[in-house]
Design a protein. Structure first.
Length: 194
């Protein structure tokens, strides 16, 4: 028997069984892909166990090593203060940017002896870098400082603070999150200037 369009037989599979899903085409299973929150929760749980077992590492994992290196400044502008000045944001330097960068560096140094903490930091740094480069940097020339700061809070800092609230061992507040942003700038991963 053919269907109305004449493209082939009508087959009724309403009572078919196969021990798993029956699909007419490709099935994509996303159940093994963890959300960022699930990944952070899993790493936080692993960190808790590493701390309890005193399981420390002497090396830096590849994902974090990528960010610990200082990239070449193609424009010759080196250092956080110089980058903020070039971007017309010396107000950020005057408002404790250096102290916030150092606060993040101390947190990073304290927890870098645990592999899962290194993974958490690498994840956070990648997320901050991507959010800043994609959502903030292209719009900076057209934004007032107040609007730019508000966007940084909403699109970069708040998501990191929220995600890190799952980690019981270290606390990421707005100063630490800003410190990540400034640390990335100091290492030439992000910039405020053209």
């Amino acid at each position: 028997m053919n269907n109305d369009q004449g493209t082939g037989p009508n087959i009724d599979q309403s009572h078919a069984t196969a021990g798993q899903d029956i699909v007419g085409g490709n099935k994509y299973d996303f159940s093994n892909h963890k959300s960022a929150y699930e990944a952070i929760e899993a790493l936080a749980s692993k960190l808790k166990q590493e701390v309890a077992d005193e399981a420390t590492v002497q090396h830096t994992i590849r994902n974090l090593a990528y960010y610990k290196r200082r990239k070449e400044a193609g424009d010759g502008i080196v250092g956080l203060e110089a980058k903020l000045k070039a971007g017309g944001r010396l107000d950020l330097w005057d408002e404790d940017a250096l102290d916030q960068k150092v606060e993040f560096e101390m947190l990073l140094e304290t927890w870098s002896m645990y592999a899962s903490a290194q993974e958490i930091f690498a994840h956070m740094l990648a997320k901050v870098e991507r959010a800043f480069k994609q959502q903030i940097k292209p719009k900076l020339p057209d934004l007032s400082h107040d609007v730019a700061d508000s966007m940084v809070d909403k699109l970069v800092l708040n998501p990191i603070i929220d995600e890190c609230s799952k980690i019981n061992h270290f606390f990421v507040n707005v100063n630490v999150a800003l410190g990540m942003l400034y640390w990335l700038a100091d290492h030439c991963f992000i910039r405020w200037h053209e």
